[in-house]
Ligand binder design. Structure first.
Ligand code: GLC
Length: 745
């Protein structure tokens, strides 16, 4: 065997090792062997994560004093950083290279809130797989996603990044993203580690103001906030990120009960816990610890492993150890978890997986998947015969600030997407016009979604007059949602309402396509619109996806993952609310204008509603229309009486009663009528997205264990209680024929 065949053999063995999942014993043995060789300084170094532009990055890596780098997406620089770690540091421990790959790397998928609107977990998983492929090809091995912060507040900018108001949806889509990122072998070159965030209750911020105070009853914390995290950890998530906020007075990053007692001891999570950016030292700002040293102490006691960006661990852990307040064992436990993640990623056997073969960024199948996801995320909220545009429509006025907004259509948290790769609706419309001889009259009308001045209104109205139909692309620029981008007013920004009203005056069939990072309140203009497609921020392929829907190449199939309020003053408004002792109804809400003068004090009201905005949302959770029509029939509760621990089975038939192939999302909701605590009027328990041709039927059976109907009772014991339950098999959280079943002792 000559020297070349020897080198080839070594490379092949290394590559083979890297792709072979480490059996527990081998990886653990390698971790222990390495741990024994490490100095205390090197151990503490593994607990640190620095930004890619840190001035001392190379020195720290050479000295073995760094465990991870974030925000370095340049593969040549990543190679140099990794080479320094592996070839120039004493023990050659490779780096974790982290990045916010939230909804795509270069191929940008719809924002997570839009992906949730697809109600298609397989598609969400495929999107995450593609994001991981593209990110891994650039040297990234750790994504700070999925974000599964359940929230009921569209004022909060990061609702865009969540999967909405329901904990089951957040859990299902979070777990799908974990699977997509990590695949079946985390050591494979094209997979990256997931990081479930933000633990915990970040979306419960007071007033929808980012980073703000979270006060939440223990039972809601355990029944709503924590289940999605458990689903993601059960899906194998490699890491968890702590939240900026406090929970009932204790900042998440030092929250011993949630981190050490629940995450570690109850759930047995042995992965890495990472702080958010400086969230460790923010414990001082919160007023929880008097110093960064005490913050480091609390975080370590809570078993928080790696500190993002701030320097409390490297500065104070040596002191805390010499004072005997933190033990070497605690340090070793944290280092062990970090080393184990690096072994699981295969980094010790192949620190440069990105040098291997990868498909190109923006590969055709990546773009096709992004287009499919964009199509399935769009929700048809209204349609009075305007869509799909009929073949007789030859002249189309395309108006609005989001028709040709390649940057904004990508949405928030897009570090590595490039606007030049976006295909906008205007571009796709012009392409179609060239093929089909259509005439497109385009007017931006507003420079930005926030602009208060409509430009060229006379010219706009002239073109609207000569058009057969109007497509209005309105909504929010991407900067108006995302981290710390919260709004007290969620109406359409700028002069968009005026724009809609002026155009409507022409009386032409008008469809609005709304792009936004949250539900916006547009009740004032809804009457002027013949159709509304809600596109969220649809990503790189938003244009082709929307044009296919507008012209009926496919039917919209999205359903709302979040309630749309009529007015911001109604927030919080969500589907799985309690009944209260005085629920409102149409009969109990006197409209403001109907109230007589000098109305006696007790003559109106007496139920839970607003005199001015009533008690119902504009659109409810789970709502979405189709170009076709469906019938849900033969709903049969196959287990009308069952014992706790048995499976509830409910069958139904879905029929496409329309003229077009389309998909319907059939949803199963239950309600426990009476309990040791009051229970929500509806809770989503399962769903199935079914595509049918016109006239086609399909039978389906929902089967869930009664455990899934459980909750934490007043003694904080998780129970499924006997009694009468209602259920609905429906296409929205406010429809469906009510049926019942009994759980008996
Ligand atoms: C942040 C975000 C977090 C993100 C981190 C790194 O401020 O809260 O979600 O992963 O910084 O960019």
């Amino acid at each position: 065997m000559n020297k070349y065949t020897k080198i080839l053999a070594v490379v092949l063995v290394a590559a083979l090792k890297a792709c072979t999942p480490q059996p527990q014993s081998t990886a653990d043995a390698r971790v222990e062997a390495l741990l024994k060789q490490m100095t205390l300084e090197e151990k503490i170094g593994q607990l640190m994560q620095k930004n890619g532009d840190h001035p001392q990055l190379h020195d720290l890596i050479r000295a073995g004093k760094l465990g991870s780098v974030l925000n370095e997406p340049n593969p040549e620089k990543v190679y140099e950083l990794q080479r320094l770690a592996v070839e120039e540091s004493r023990l050659g421990i490779p780096l974790l290279i982290g990045r916010d790959v939230i909804h795509g790397f270069r191929t940008i998928f719809p924002i997570p809130l839009g992906q949730a609107a697809s109600w298609n977990p397989a598609l969400v998983e495929e999107g995450a797989r593609i994001a991981a492929l593209e990110a891994a090809s650039q040297g990234i091995n750790w994504s700070f996603a999925p974000m599964i912060d359940v929230t009921r507040d569209p004022r909060w900018g990061r609702i865009a990044e969540s999967y909405g108001e329901d904990h089951l949806l957040n859990g299902i889509f979070g777990a799908a993203t974990v699977r997509g990122f990590q695949g079946s072998d985390l050591a494979a070159p094209h997979t990256i580690a997931a990081c479930v965030k933000h633990y915990a209750a970040y979306g419960w911020a007071e007033g929808g103001r980012d980073y703000n105070t979270v006060s939440i009853p223990e039972n809601e914390l355990h029944d709503i906030i924590l289940p999605p995290f458990k689903m993601c950890i059960d899906a194998g998530a490699a890491s968890v990120m702590t939240a900026f906020n406090e929970i009932n007075g204790i900042p998440a990053t030092g929250h011993i009960p949630l981190l050490r007692d629940v995450l570690r001891h109850q759930w047995g999570f042995e992965g890495v816990v990472l702080s958010d950016w400086e969230s460790l030292t923010q414990m001082v700002t919160h007023g929880f610890t008097p110093s960064n040293k005490e913050a480091a102490y609390m975080a370590m006691q809570a078993t928080m492993d790696m500190e993002m960006a701030s320097t409390a661990y490297e500065t104070y852990l040596p002191e805390l150890i010499s004072e005997g307040r933190i033990s070497i064992k605690q340090i070793d436990d944290a280092v062990r978890r970090i080393l184990r993640m690096k072994f699981d990623l295969g980094l010790f056997d192949n620190p440069y997986p990105f040098l291997g073969d990868f498909p190109p960024l923006l590969a055709p199948d990546h773009l096709a998947a992004a287009k499919q996801m964009a199509m399935e995320s769009v929700v048809l909220l209204k349609n009075e015969g305007v869509l799909p545009l009929s073949t007789g429509i030859r002249r189309i006025a395309v108006i609005g600030p989001l028709a040709d907004a390649p940057h904004d259509q990508m949405g928030t948290w897009v570090f590595d997407g490039k606007k030049e790769n976006s295909v906008t609706p205007l571009q796709s419309l012009r392409e179609l016009a060239a093929e089909q001889g259509l005439e497109i009259y385009y007017h931006r009308a507003l420079e930005l979604s926030r602009s208060r001045q409509i430009t060229n209104l006379p010219a706009i109205m002239r073109d609207v007059q000569r058009a057969d139909a109007v497509l209005l692309f309105i909504g929010e620029e991407s900067i108006l949602s995302g981290e710390s981008h919260c709004l007290a007013n969620i109406d359409l920004p700028g002069a968009q309402e005026e724009l809609v009203q002026r155009i409507a005056a022409a009386g032409k069939p008008t469809a609005a396509i709304i792009m936004a990072g949250r539900p916006v309140t547009f009740e004032k203009v809804e009457p002027y619109l013949g159709a509304v497609l809600y596109a969220w921020h649809p990503g790189t392929m938003g244009g082709p996806a929307l044009v296919d829907l507008i012209f009926g190449k496919a039917s919209p199939s999205g359903k709302l993952p979040v309630t749309f309020p009529r007015h911001v003053g109604q927030i919080p408004m969500y589907y799985n609310h309690k009944n209260t002792g005085k629920p409102a109804s149409d009969q109990t809400w006197e409209r403001l204008d109907d109230i007589p003068a000098e109305a006696p004090q007790l003559s109106i009201g007496n139920t839970s509603h607003y005199l001015d905005y009533g008690f119902e949302p504009m659109y409810p959770f789970g709502y979405g229309l189709s170009y076709s029509s469906f019938q849900i029939s033969n709903v049969t509760v196959e287990t009308p009486r069952l014992k706790a621990g048995e499976n509830l089975r409910v069958s139904f038939t879905l029929t496409n009663t329309g003229q077009m192939e389309a998909a319907e999302v059939v949803q199963l909701y239950t309600r426990q009528l009476f309990g040791s605590r009051t229970r929500p009027v509806r809770e989503l328990r399962a769903f199935e997205k079914i595509t049918l041709a016109p006239g086609q039927q399909q039978q389906h059976v929902f089967e869930i264990n009664t455990r899934e109907l459980g909750f934490h009772n007043p003694d904080m014991v998780f129970v499924t209680e006997p009694g009468t339950y209602h259920l609905w098999v429906s296409n929205c959280s406010q429809s469906g024929t009510q049926q019942s079943f009994e759980i008996i002792r």
